[in-house]
Each structure stands twice: as structure tokens, then as C-alpha cells.
Ligand binder design. Structure first.
Ligand code: KG4
Ligand code: ZN
Length: 351
């Protein structure tokens, strides 16, 4: 069985064909970098128009590269939220139109669930597992009990971790997208030069907070001698910031592991979302999992940042459980994974 997946919730226009045998038959991603670069961030209206321009070509390329053609496709899945609503509408309408024209079932995919399930595509991880979901709009620790079954252990009380990377990059003039630029600069830097906080360290529970860290980066920049920043100032600040994030993620995830292991002594720690592409963060969490006796899985970087394969795979998982949706499915700009999510928390519009 094969599913065509479409992703348009932020600034990647992406489509892929994935089989229930865990094969990625094609995975085409168009990044809208040039469209958003002048604004040093994603502009929702610009993103929606770019998705409209690109989605037809990207879907056709995904079909062509898969080598199976329409006869080999069993369902069409599209990200139906959460995300920037203009882009989500483009993907959902495209997916519904293709499903209707071809007489195929339509699967409305929650973008967060697509990130959450990717480790089952790449590593065949069994339920239940502990998930650290770190992206541009979210920072959450969840127990993934099954498809559509999530129990939240912790979430950010202010900014998402990817947002902190992006804002740090912007303050340092590294442009957009911020995460990869900060990671590159950090490689050459001294992580001990700037004394940055580890927010909520030692605090009960496993919530996150990143806005104070962002403020301290700004104060560190203001404390530098006047004039243009030296390259070493930039690389040292990136290294110090990334070390603070890695420490914080590891400390908070360590607490979540205790909660998870109360019910499940063995299992897997999965890391997903765009920030999971960061090598320093991956290494740090892998080390944590090993010390606590958990297996570890993180998708390849190209499957951590937004892509169509994760949506197609979530489509496979839902379709084989009979979880398809009507063509009247309404896109959801906000769509928490867990039913208990407080309304105002994790409130970034990005996923
Ligand atoms: O999952 P994703 O592609 O889109 C959302 O669903 O938000 O995540 C994008 C976020 C951005 O904030 C980006 O700066 C961050 O992931 N990111 C990274 C890296 N690559 C992407 N952050 C740190 N290091 C990276 N290598
Ligand atoms: Zn995402």
C-alpha cells in the first residue's frame, strides 16, 4: 500500500510517496528560502502564494520520482494543521482535489503527529515511546501510546526551541533560517565564554522556557564593545547558546525519562522536529538515553525538518487503521496532539 503525502504548513512545499513497507519512494522538498530571506523570517502571505505556485510541480515530481504512477497510489494525505493557515489551505485543497479526481481516500494529517511518527518509518520504533518534539513552533515531551494517542508530560511555557534558535540568529545577523546557521557558527566557537542560563533547571516537572535565554543572548550582545561584532564574538555566542539549549533539553528530558520509566522500564527515546537535525543536540540526547538504559532513535536530518515523507507515513499509519477523513474536513490552524493541552500554551502559529 502506498500513500502520497503533501506538506505545506510552513515554508517548505513538499510531497512524497511512502509505502507501508517503510520505503520512501520519493521525497521532494521545495524550500522557499529566497522568498522569505529579505524579511529574515517566514511571512505567512508570501508562504501561501509560494505554496500555490509550487505545489502542482512538487506533487508531480514526487509521483514521477516514485515510479509508480496514480495506479500505485492508495490514498492521499495532506497536513491539515497546525500551521500557517494560508499554506495549510493550499495543501488540503490540493490533496482533496486529487483524492476526489482519482477516487481515492483522503487522510487529514496533524503535522505534529507526522513528526511524532517519523521514527517508526525510519527505525520501526514500537509503541509506546518517549518523544521529545522540538521544532519552530513546539517544544514538548510526550508519551506516544499509539496513532492518535498522546500523553503530554511537558511543554514550553513561552517560546519554542526552534524560535529561540531563529531569534538568536537574527540578533547576530546570521539570517534565516536560523537553526542551521547557529549550528554552523557554533562549531568554531567556545561554549564556555558566555555564561547563559539553563532555564527551569532543577524545577519539578519537565516544562521548558526559552524566552529568558533569548533575553540573555541579547544582553550579552549589548555587553560587547561598540562597533561591529567580531567573528569570534558571534561563534562564541552561538556555541554558548547551543550548549545552554542542549543542557536544558537533556535536563528536562531526563525528568521525563523518570516519569516514562515509572510505567515502562524499557523503551525508546525518540527526538523529532526541525531542531532534531542539530548534531550537538542529537549527540547529547543519545548520550542521555544510553545512560538511562533507553534505546534512541532520531530520523536523518532531512526527515527531521519539514518534508512530505513524514506526512505520507502518517497517512500510511492512519489509513491502515481505517482513519480516513471526508472531503469536508476543516483545516485546523491550532491542533494540539494531546486532548489536555491548555489553549494558550505552545502558542506559536508554526508547527
Ligand atoms: O520542524 P520544522 O522544519 O518546522 C516546524 O514545524 O516548525 O522546524 C523548523 C525549526 C526552525 O526553527 C529551524 O531554525 C530549526 O527547526 N532547525 C534547527 C536546525 N535545523 C532546523 N535548529 C537547530 N539546529 C539545526 N541544525
Ligand atoms: Zn514541522
Amino acid at each position: 500500500m502506498r500513500v502520497l503525502g503533501i506538506e505545506t504548513s510552513c515554508d517548505e512545499t513538499a510531497a512524497a510517496v511512502v509505502s507501508d513497507g517503510r520505503e520512501v519512494l520519493s521525497n521532494v522538498v521545495h524550500q522557499q528560502l529566497a522568498d522569505h530571506q529579505p524579511f529574515a523570517g517566514v511571512v505567512p502571505e508570501v508562504a501561501a502564494r509560494a505554496h500555490l505556485d509550487q505545489v502542482g510541480r512538487v506533487v508531480q515530481a514526487a509521483l514521477d520520482q516514485s515510479g509508480v504512477g496514480w495506479d500505485g497510489i492508495d490514498a492521499v494525505a495532506a497536513t491539515a494543521g497546525p500551521g500557517l493557515i494560508g499554506g495549510v489551505l493550499v495543501g488540503v485543497m490540493t490533496g482533496k482535489a486529487l483524492a476526489a479526481a482519482r477516487g481515492l481516500p483522503f487522510v487529514a494529517v496533524n503535522h505534529l503527529e507526522a513528526h511524532a511518527l517519523t521514527a517508526r518509518l525510519t527505525d520501526d520504533v514500537a509503541f509506546p515511546y518517549l518523544l521529545l518534539l522540538v521544532s519552530g513552533g513546539h517544544c514538548q515531551l510526550l508519551v506516544v501510546e499509539g496513532v492518535g494517542r498522546y500523553r503530554r508530560l511537558g511543554t514550553t511555557i513561552d517560546d519554542a526551541v526552534g524560535e529561540a534558535f531563529d531569534k538568536t540568529a537574527k540578533m547576530l545577523g546570521l539570517g534565516y533560517p536560523g537553526g542551521p546557521a547557529v549550528e554552523r557558527a557554533a562549531r568554531a566557537g567556545d561554549p564556555t565564554r558566555f555564561d547563559l542560563p539553563r532555564p527551569l533547571k532543577g524545577r519539578a516537572g519537565c516544562d521548558f522556557s526559552f524566552s529568558g535565554l533569548k533575553t540573555r543572548v541579547r544582553m550579552a550582545i549589548e555587553g560587547l564593545p561598540p562597533g561591529p561584532m567580531a567573528d569570534t564574538d558571534i561563534t562564541d555566542l552561538c556555541a554558548s547558546f547551543q550548549a545552554a539549549v542542549a543542557d536544558t533539553l537533556a535536563e528536562r528530558t531526563g525528568r521525563a525519562i523518570e516519569m516514562f520509566q515509572a510505567d515502562h522500564p524499557a523503551g525508546t527515546l525518540v527526538v523529532a522536529g526541525g531542531v532534531a537535525a542539530n548534531q550537538a543536540i542529537r549527540a547529547r540526547l543519545q548520550d542521555l538515553a544510553a545512560k538511562r538504559g533507553l534505546a534512541f532513535a532520531v530520523p536523518a536530518p532531512a526527515l527531521c525538518t519539514d518534508n512530505g515523507a513524514m506526512v505520507a507515513w502518517a497517512g500510511v499509519e492512519r489509513f491502515r487503521l481505517g482513519l480516513t477523513d471526508g472531503l469536508d474536513f476543516r483545516p485546523r490552524p491550532r491542533w494540539p496532539l494531546d486532548p489536555d493541552a491548555p489553549k494558550a500554551i505552545g502558542a506559536g502559529v508554526k508547527a
